[in-house]
Write a protein that binds this ligand. Structure first.
Ligand code: HEC
Length: 122
């Protein structure tokens, strides 16, 4: 994360200014900052939302989004842009497309590459 990228995010968060397209930093690191600003209020350890996800998944996947390895970038983007029963949609004025791309990169940073299909077995 470069200082200019950080400044851009701080400026965008505080003043509603547009985030530049090119941040010059690591996308997933930028996403961590967006997560801290927009998501951690609900998706931190010990929140009702985390308890809800814990209850739903029963430890088959981590309740904390930051520890998940099973979500695709497309899934993260679609959840953030659409309403859910207890999670509001974020409009592009709240989380821009660039910020959303960074968020998706952050929340999928630990995903393992999918294994290729096994062509030796039928
Ligand atoms: C007001 C609280 C709240 C905020 C803010 C919030 N979420 Fe959520 N989120 C929830 C709740 C509650 C759920 C589970 C409910 C559901 O899936 O309907 C959820 C579910 C999700 C899921 C789906 C997980 C799954 O397994 O299906 C994703 C992805 C997600 N949130 C990402 C985010 C991101 C990224 C942000 C920040 C931009 C964010 N959330 C901000 C409350 C919140």
């Amino acid at each position: 994360m470069s200082w200019s990228g950080l400044t851009a995010i701080v400026a965008a968060a505080g003043l509603g200014a547009a985030v530049p397209d090119a941040w010059g930093g690591d996308l997933a690191e930028d996403g961590a900052l967006v997560f801290a600003r927009a998501c951690v209020v609900c998706h931190a350890p010990g929140t009702p939302s985390t308890a809800m996800l814990q209850d739903r998944y029963k430890d088959s996947v981590p309740a904390l989004l930051e520890e998940r390895t099973d979500m695709t970038p497309e899934y993260v983007r679609s959840v953030v842009r659409s309403w859910r029963p207890r999670m509001p949609a974020f409009r592009p004025t709240e989380v821009s497309d660039e910020e959303l791309a960074a968020l998706a990169a952050y929340l999928t940073r630990n995903n393992r590459p999918r294994s290729p299909p096994d062509v030796t077995r039928q």
